[in-house]
Design a binder for this molecule. Sequence first.
Ligand code: NAP
Ligand code: MG
Length: 498
Amino acid sequence: MEENSTLVETLPSVRGFISRRHKMLIDGKMVDAASGKTFASYNPATGEVLAQVPEGDKEDIDRAVSAARRAFEGSWRKFTPSQRGQLLWKISELIERHADEFAQIESLDNGKPVAVARVADVPLAADLFRYMAGWATKIEGNTIPLSIPGGGYFAYTLREPVGVAGQIIPWNFPLLMAAWKLGPALAVGCTVVLKVAEQTPLSALRLAELIQEAGFPAGVVNVVTGFGETAGAALAAHPAVDKIAFTGSTEVGKLIVQAAAGNLKKVSLELGGKSPNVVFKDADLETAIPGAANAIFFNHGQCCCAGSRLYVEKDVFDQVVQGVAEQGKQIKLGPGMDLSTQMGPLVSTEQLDRVCGYLQSGRQEGAKAVIGGGRVGDRGYFVAPTVLTDVKPDMKVYQEEIFGPVVAAIPFSDPNEVEAAANQTIYGLAAGVWTRDIGKAHSMAEKLRAGTVWINCYNVFDAALPFGGYKQSGWGREMGHEVLENYTETKSVCVRIR
Ligand code: NAP
Ligand code: MG
């Protein structure tokens, strides 16, 4: 992490935004928390305070839910599907117009390289809104032929918005997660209260300003900053919220389900993972090796779908492990605002402690670090890319989600049995398969219990491609047309016509 001249100068607009007195969006106005309290968001590259934001809690959630309810029953109803689509399209244009700004805000608040945010997080967020804009006019029901003897009935279904949607998002892709949540809910005609992660509130607050600029009526979108245990819990339990969508840890996902039980609000969950990435000896190793490195090191391993269990066929195990280690060694760590940085700091001091705790437990249980294995430097929350071998199924580093740049490499000898090991987890979010054998590839795709299977690639996302988990990785799917199910009710209408 040496000094150099590739540091990006912070845009004046970003400097102006970050140093502003931050407010959150409730009922069409940027407001303080009812309590007047604020909390700090930190720059993870330095550990210094970046900004103070309102500490929204139950009272603010109540205000936001009331506003969302009024908008759902009033102004938002009057918008035609085409008008909803046009507003969503406008958000995508505004995000693109401010793309450099968003990339910098994301980098400063979350730690990720500004260059990565500029080509991944920001365009993916804009594209999600554009994709969902297209769906606004295509939320259709069916006509249903009935088999009632004698006939005389005409039946059809309507797809209606579920109502007020509460949405809770994590810190790993702050803008993109806001887009994944807001886009489909608004496309179908729901109104929203979005609770953003305490570690990374800033890009959503900037987005809130653009939502105002786009011309959404008051109360359609409300963005609350605050803590999970207070604001988040109040939203999940709120009796006037019809649906809660959550992305985060499996542990908190279970709390959301309990909180939602009070009024049996609809629940969708996108939770953790411990995704297997399987390299067969017949794979093109020139792509599989960098692919396996990218699967775990992208976003510093802070991806719910990170390929954190790397299964490699015995004959090529050493070659692949050495190759991935070599890739990891070459990754340049540094502050996100440095253009030469390939991996930034982890998001927070808690996350640093969590990941280092796993590394220590792995060491104690007998795992070996081929590269990395700990913190880098003493300023900021940097952890070295780490490849672990000698990992056994009963170890914590084998079973649990680390959410850091740490991969467990595991050899396998029977290609017909690797899927059993790969599936041996409480999770089922994603999986990777690397092989030149097309039959083996599709056979693995069929056998793996995961919501996404990437073949000869990893971390490929598209607004049209559904994403979500089997088992304890979640309920429902995000993106694609599947996500629209999360935000609509189906109404059957049956008419006697003779
Ligand atoms: P988390 O606690 O699950 O947080 C996710 C979101 O839920 C945040 O907005 C959080 O608010 C909120 N929240 C926390 N407790 C809540 C509660 N009782 N009721 C309602 N909302 C609540 O995740 P984390 O603490 O940031 O990270 C912990 C671990 O979760 C990670 O190490 C990783 O394993 C996993 N994780 C998974 C994903 C994913 O995409 N699947 C993303 C992030 C983390 P605050 O942040 O304001 O407290
Ligand atoms: Mg921060």
